[in-house]
Design a protein around this ligand. Sequence first.
Ligand code: WTA
Length: 651
Amino acid sequence: MSETIGVFEVENRVFPPPEHFVGQANADDRSMYTEAEADYEAFWARQARELITWDKDFDTTLEWDLPFAKWFVGGELNITANCLDRHVEAGNGDKIAYLWEGEPGDTKTLTYAELLTEVKKFANVLKGLGLEKGDRVAIYMPMILELPIAMLGCARIGVAHSVIFGGFSADAIVDRCDDAQAKLIITADGGYRKGSASALKPTVDAALASGAPSVENVIVANRCDLNPDMVEGRDIWWHEAMAAASDDCPAEPMDAEQLLYILYTSGTTAKPKGIMHTVGGYLTQVAFTHKYVFDIKPETDIYWCAADIGWVTGHSYIVYGPLANGVTSVMYEGTPDTPDKDRLWDIIERYKVTQLYTAPTAIRMFMKWGVQEPQKHDLSTLRVLGTVGEPINPEAWMWYHEHIGGENTPIVDTWWQTETGGNMITPLPGVTATKPGSACHPIPGVFAELVDDDGNTVTNGGGYLTITKPWPSMLRGIWGDPQRYKDTYWSRFEGRYFAGDGAKLDDDGYLWLLGRVDDVMNISGHRISTAEVESALVDHPTVAEAAVVGSNDDVTGQAIIGYVILRGGNEASVELGNEIREHVGTKLGKIARPKTVIIVPDLPKTRSGKIMRRLLRDVADGRELGDTTTLADPSVVNEIATRAAEGGDED
Ligand code: WTA
């Protein structure tokens, strides 16, 4: 196995589903696994018919032209009718869809009927701007209710949304709008973060001043009264457009393979990939996993996924899955330590939250803040705890189990990706006996295998994680680049989807995810490619060459370390290191800003000129340096280690 997958420690504790949970769970035996193993297509066809309302039934469950899949062929549906209209028509219009909590403490609620009206109006706003089925729209918004309304407004009329996380830069907006040829950007003046209003609209203005000529209009929601500049003829206030819009917009049936959205994610090159998802298969799998993995009881549950909608977790488990299942969700605008470090626990107590879905990095941060914070609150309403985004270390799992779950709440560690659309490997809370740190098994209808470097199946021990059969919410490709889709995911091991992760299978058949085996870093559960950061580093006028690695970090999982060589005539200094760091923040967005930039005289390279990242990682982690004999100039490493020990430039 690759050296990047870390040290595997055996973890033997086993936690069967709590007794009180089993009798009431949506799934409390293995029958779905058996059914799906016998005929996975029939299994998914049954789920699609049970969970989704089709305007026209499909005639073929799966058309598989490796690696291109079409699911539920011939079927027609409207995804927003499934998320909204059918609940209203069933008499649940007054049920709350979102309990929204703003960071300053302001609150709003939106019922299913109200959300439907807003979505219809917004769809009409889009139509009024000339947008049509098949067009693409970029969304760059804070966590306010206008965000799901915008997404669903697009989906209602078949316009594909491309949500860009609010932490990304103007350049990132330009790249994504250019790639997708987006005609419109939906944004807000700003949002609240860490106690104050943080502007967003100026970043959109900067993007449009420098590029993205396909964008004709900008719709701006007013969240913070920041009074942004509005460009005459281009920019439109959300509230003005909505006030003038009709709320009559029937849900038009669409082909199951209609493009729902594009979501850009980092790969191993500097150019992000536009991952495509389509309506029928995606909704089937997110509705299915949401219902069974989180054991959703729409009548009584208050579900909370504390992710940002800017990432796939928010798309699938704040917007489409929960709405398809008709549950009430909490949506929170801000950060977990504002105004105080018990913010999450306070929200859980006040709203009587029953499911919490968060990331290991957040759990490690809560551990650092101390048990006194959750202990201030009654968390006894919690029934299921979820994690996603990165491997969870057993210590964090146990802390979650003891201090948040009161030792009797199942934990679902869900492995999946932007590309997979929905959960793939996870326990089912009423069925699976869990082990702290293991995502356990593929869900019914999903098939995973580990393989070695040569593609041979590994039945015990470490290997590369591959998926062996198509699944409904799989990516339908990379926007505009079918060849890259084949090369990236389907060429490493023949006939298998290669996810980019290493994993280990233990003696009991449990899967342990070990992290990425490629040059993709995972910072607080966010994917960032080393190549992307390297190209932003060399974009700085003083930088000649750069190498980026993810070093181990107790809280964020990995931290970005940039090693740079300066161009001749520039003097190394702490100030310059900081300036280079900030440059990456401006180029890519704050989340991609290196924790440390270390200015070095040279980089360790093999004789064929490849940068030895393993050595750079070892240096960053302060590890003993192994064999350096393959290096062109072994003395370089000592010099780098000395510089690193002197400390880079850090916040
Ligand atoms: C990692 C997030 C271990 C993994 C939904 C994957 C995980 C990448 C887990 C996808 C988990 C996600 N255990 N690793 N439970 N969940 N990952 O596209 O490396 O932002 O390839 O999707 O996160 O990140 P993405």
